[in-house]
Design a protein around this ligand. Structure first.
Ligand SMILES: O=C(O)CCC(=O)C(=O)O
Length: 271
């Protein structure tokens, strides 16, 4: 049984190059960091849809509508998670029976239940069950799985190293929700070097289960610009899109054996 608090904040290295003001991160306009990323000129453009099936991967480009995105961003801003030094927060659901300690912040539960409704007819029932069934038993089943969420705020120029979510800490079924702006995520197969650069716009949700969760890495290059191939029914064009601040919420299950509070590995991934 975990005796952790429901909320636990961790900071990580800042390498962003943007100095904008925002109620989200409480930084002043004299932030002053210089960008560490290249502008990605030599790169393959990111694409809007997968060119081939990746088993266990589900991608929804426009799942979270603008009002819900705005609500979630406002809720995150009101929590004041971020400042000049902190751009990542980890939220843990706790198994301790003291209810004041058990709960995740309300906004996370509201996001998760909205995702459950939005994905109801969009993913196979077995995947929906993997992502949400334990949640439905919240409060009445001591053996249910517990959630862990990471809220990442990326300044332009920041990224996260390619990784597979820790096998010893997190279960199957990971949801990555994007807010504020898009970013190119690199998906790389461990066994044979297949590589896809996928454009994750604000409002998108990427779901990693099975092979996609265990045999592919995901990561974000630290750079200032993404090249993105946008396709319509009539044309396909590549655009150079300057990175802006991006928020992501990653929702996972903790493994029962995981001592996640002593783990800082994930925060080391940010660059
Ligand atoms: O921010 C993202 O889009 C991905 C975050 C992630 O993979 C992680 O925190 O482990």
């Amino acid at each position: 049984m975990l005796s952790s608090p429901a909320q636990h904040a961790m900071s990580c290295k800042n390498e962003g190059g943007d100095a904008s003001d925002s109620s989200l991160w409480g930084g002043s306009s004299s932030d002053g960091d210089s960008g560490s990323g290249s502008d990605g000129d030599a790169l393959q453009p990111a694409i809007q849809a997968l060119p081939f099936n990746i088993s266990g991967l589900f991608f929804f480009r426009n799942l979270i509508d603008q009002p819900l995105q705005d609500d979630i961003v406002a809720e995150i801003a009101s929590q004041k998670y971020f400042d000049r030094e902190r751009d990542q927060v980890m939220l843990f659901e706790s198994a301790v029976s003291d209810t004041s300690n058990r709960c995740l912040p309300t906004w996370t539960n509201s996001l998760i239940s909205k995702l459950a409704a939005l994905l109801q007819d969009q993913v196979p029932p077995s995947v929906h069950e993997l992502l949400f069934s334990s949640q439905a038993r919240a409060g009445c089943d001591v053996d249910r799985q517990l959630r862990q969420l990471i809220v990442n705020m990326y300044r332009p120029g920041q990224g996260i190293a390619d990784h597979v979510d820790l096998l010893t800490r997190f279960g199957d079924g990971v949801m990555i929700c994007s807010f504020l702006s898009g970013i190119a995520m690199e998906l790389k197969q461990l066994s044979n070097n297949q590589h896809v650069s996928l454009w994750l716009p604000a409002g998108s949700v990427l779901i990693l289960t099975g092979d996609a969760r265990y045999t592919w890495t995901h990561g974000i290059e630290a750079r200032m610009v993404d090249h993105v191939q946008l396709t319509s029914s009539r044309s396909r064009q590549t655009f150079r899109i300057a990175r802006q601040h991006r928020l992501s919420v990653t929702i996972r299950w903790m493994l029962k054996v995981a001592d996640v509070l002593s783990d800082t590995t994930q925060s080391h991934l940010r660059a």
